[in-house]
Design a protein around this ligand. Structure first.
Ligand code: FE
Ligand code: FE
Ligand code: ZN
Length: 277
């Protein structure tokens, strides 16, 4: 089963997102838990989340991959930015329990000249404060392109973070194809090798979701600029191999390509046509 979807606007609530996804032949989706630039979240509408849960069940949706705001930086040098990150994640995880059993993806953060060691410690500290034993949401660390002082470009960096977290069963990884490519992992010529490395360093059991994006830049560019499927340096063939790979089948696949809703509809159609069960 191919679970595929795209980023949707959360402004009209969960049921509206579910219906919009279904309308473009998606069976999962992503959304920002609040304005991506930060700020407060809308009050939760429990009638809406209940209706969504029923809708998702009825239409056999895969797990959602919610996205934390970009401004969340768990390893900022500034204590007030770190506090915002902590409070945002804690609040988001509480709210996510209204749609239980889904994923919450976040960018590990940028260490801004503090170095990766301190960066790692600060991210671990936040996760240990915020994760709670009763949560049904799995928090995903996103693989990053390594732009500026971004943490999480290498599998080793992600592994170090996971190692320091007490509630490890609440943690997973989201594999962003544009980011790993920009980060230096050659998923075009050696997808098997990259996944083997992932397995050796982190363990494939932690791999929970895929962000499927082409890239505007060549391998190892450390840039992070997404491109439409088939129009970038990764190319359609390699991305089709990603969704059909034995080790990745069944994971929710989220498009974060520069598209409007009709563009997403077309990409979903194209990828479904090139998927074999
Ligand atoms: Fe992201
Ligand atoms: Fe991503
Ligand atoms: Zn990106």
């Amino acid at each position: 089963m191919l679970y595929i979807g795209c980023h949707l606007s959360a402004s009209k609530g969960y049921l509206a997102m579910g219906k919009q996804a279904h309308e473009i032949d998606a069976n999962t989706f992503a959304f920002f838990t609040r304005n991506p630039r930060g700020g407060s979240a809308k009050a939760l509408d429990l009638a809406d989340t209940e209706r969504y849960n029923a809708f998702a069940k009825e239409h056999s949706f895969g797990k959602l991959v919610a996205h934390a705001p970009y401004t969340m930086n768990a390893c900022a040098a500034d204590e007030s930015i770190r506090r915002f990150a902590r409070e945002t994640m804690a609040d988001d995880l509480k709210r996510m329990e209204a749609v239980p059993g889904n994923y919450y993806n976040f960018h590990p953060g940028s260490h801004v000249k503090q170095g990766t060691e301190i960066g790692t410690e600060l991210i671990i500290e936040q996760l240990n404060e915020v994760l709670f034993p009763e949560q049904s949401t799995i928090v995903l660390l996103e693989t990053m392109a390594g732009k500026g002082s971004e943490m999480g470009r290498t599998f080793e960096e992600l592994r170090k973070i996971i190692d320091g977290v007490e509630l490890k069963d609440k943690l997973g990884v989201c594999f962003d194809t544009c980011h790993v490519w920009d980060g230096g992992y050659d998923i075009v010529n050696d997808l098997d090798g990259v996944l083997e490395q992932f397995d050796k360093v982190i363990g494939l059991d932690r791999l929970k979701a895929v962000h499927l994006n082409d890239s505007k830049n060549p391998l190892n560019a450390h840039k992070d600029r997404h491109e439409k499927i088939g129009e970038g340096f990764i190319g359609a063939d390699a991305l089709i191999r990603v969704i059909n790979h034995d080790k990745l089948k069944g994971l929710p696949v989220i498009l974060e390509t520069p598209n409007d809703i009709e563009g997403y509809r077309a990409e979903i159609k194209f990828l479904r046509e090139n998927y074999s069960d």
